[in-house]
Design a binder for this molecule. Structure first.
Ligand code: BES
Ligand code: ZN
Ligand code: ZN
Length: 466
């Protein structure tokens, strides 16, 4: 019998051309007349985010995706692509000068959906072909993508399924996956371990939801002299406001008040997974700001790990109370760099809106490095002043400091940062991010819900440092 002639496998993947406005005309010359006519009929001009799908002769599809003007290129525009494409495997055809890593990450960020509570979650079925990438590239992309997904999954999960105990469980999973050490101090043990403010904020929560202090320690293999980097995250599983209770309009989104903890864990996971040369410590005070007979009251005066007495002018300014103890702990670890993440104030969103994250840092070198990394990684942050003129707004008549600033200072994100500064390490640089961690507006690739912010900027800054 004659040997069968090998038949090449049927081509099953589709092709997406990502094109700049300026290149549309030149590229269209290569199209078949029918395809070109279709492109013209659909008035495709390469506007950012626009898409036209055309049939190819072999039964596959060709898509044209607009990138807009070359000089205004933002790789994150690829977030809107997977949700617009038909189901199937897509091979990307793009100017080789563009950053492929970033494009793959953006695609994955746009393909994210939170499906935990739906029988039929809205999943995106377009898959980006990765065969052109080497193993190292794929691993780097996967680490970046899963860090963003971890932060978003945690923030999206409501407080009935993500209390302090589940924050601890997430931390254990991250630590154990990378052979990191983890210690957790829970409930009344916080008093003996000298975390009095964490205890005071979290003690009103129901049994099983006790406050806790989570500490993860990881040293990059062989990096004995690597910088000590401490990541601190506000882990308020739900913020009712405590006895100075929030109105329902303000409480609705407060499942996301552990966004800082989610970001610290996500960034920590990314750093460990990619083996950045640092000695990493992650500190998470995890509490629920609840209401019960045991709740802290307005006018209570708390002890703190740093030894400063704190007058609780408002129980809703709870984030800075738990961060006070966490930052004091950071100072004991001899850090070169301490970075805290916190959904700390409503005033941050009033100042810069939901997309631009205010940050505070008095180390000029670190601040510059962050600003550059933020631009390169399209991760918008904006430096704000630790304005000394407002420090007196935190004066208390009978304690060392109060947690609710006097009204005259007005700048709520700034005064919150000034409060933290009293407790932040004096060794090394300190950076504070006042996060929002949420997309209030849904659009293709940016669904309403959790958003990871500042991760790329901070990771890149640390990577360049280490
Ligand atoms: N978790 C809130 C801040 C917040 C509110 C972040 C809305 C993102 C969106 C925080 O604990 C809080 O309530 N802060 C108060 C402080 C005030 C009482 C001094 C605030 O911002 O109003
Ligand atoms: Zn609050
Ligand atoms: Zn809060």
């Amino acid at each position: 019998m004659p040997k069968a002639i090998p038949v090449p496998p049927a081509k099953t993947s589709h092709t997406v051309f990502a094109v700049f406005e300026d290149d549309v005309a030149a590229l269209a010359i290569a199209l078949k007349p029918a395809q070109a006519a279709f492109l013209t009929a659909r008035a495709f001009t390469g506007k950012p985010g626009s898409l036209v799908v055309l049939p190819a002769d072999d039964g596959t599809l060709i898509a044209w995706f607009g990138l807009g003007a070359r000089k205004a290129y933002n790789p994150l525009s690829f977030r809107s692509l997977p949700g617009q494409l038909p189901k199937g495997v897509w091979v990307l055809n793009v100017d080789p000068a563009l950053d492929l890593h970033f494009i793959h990450v953006a695609w994955a960020l746009g393909a994210y959906s939170f499906g935990r509570y739906k029988e039929t979650p809205k999943t995106i079925e377009a898959v980006l072909d990765e065969t052109g990438l080497d193993k190292g590239q794929r691993a780097a992309i996967a680490a970046e993508v899963s860090a963003h997904a971890l932060a978003r999954d945690m923030v999206n999960t409501p407080a009935n399924d993500l209390g302090p105990a589940e924050i601890e469980a997430c931390a254990r999973t991250v630590a154990e996956a990378h052979g990191a050490k983890i210690t957790v101090t829970t409930g009344d043990d916080l008093l003996a371990a000298n975390y009095p403010s964490v205890h005071a904020v979290g003690r009103a929560a129901a049994p099983g939801r006790e406050p806790r202090f989570i500490e993860i320690t990881w040293d990059a293999p062989g990096a004995l002299d690597a910088p000590v980097v401490v990541l601190v995250g506000k882990g308020v599983a739900f913020d009712t406001g405590g006895l100075d209770i929030k109105p329902s309009s303000g409480m609705g989104l407060m499942k996301k008040d552990m966004g800082g903890a989610a970001h610290a864990l996500a960034l920590g996971q990314w750093i460990m997974e990619t083996g950045l040369s640092v000695r990493l410590r992650i500190l998470i005070p995890a509490v629920e700001n609840a209401i019960s007979g045991g709740a802290m009251r307005p006018s209570d005066i708390l002890a703190s790990r740093a030894g400063l007495s704190i007058e609780v002018g408002n129980t809703d300014a709870e984030g800075r109370l738990i961060l006070a103890d966490a930052l004091a702990r950071a100072g004991e670890l001899d850090p070169q760099l301490t970075i805290d993440f916190a959904t700390l104030t409503g005033a941050a969103r009033v100042a810069l809106g939901p997309e631009v994250v205010p940050f505070y840092c008095e180390d000029e070198d670190i601040a510059r490095r962050l600003e550059v990394a933020a631009i390169v990684r399209h991760d918008p942050i904006w430096r704000m002043p630790l304005w000394g003129g407002y420090r007196d707004a935190l004066d208390s008549d009978i304690a060392d400091i109060r947690n609710d600033p006097a009204g005259w200072a007005q700048a709520g994100s700034v005064t919150a940062a000034l409060f933290l500064q009293r407790f932040a390490p004096t060794a090394g640089a300190w950076v504070h991010f006042d996060l929002y961690a949420w997309n209030p507006r849904g659009r293709g690739g940016w669904p309403v819900g959790a958003e990871a912010q500042t991760l790329r900027a901070v990771y890149t800054m640390i990577q360049d440092l280490a």
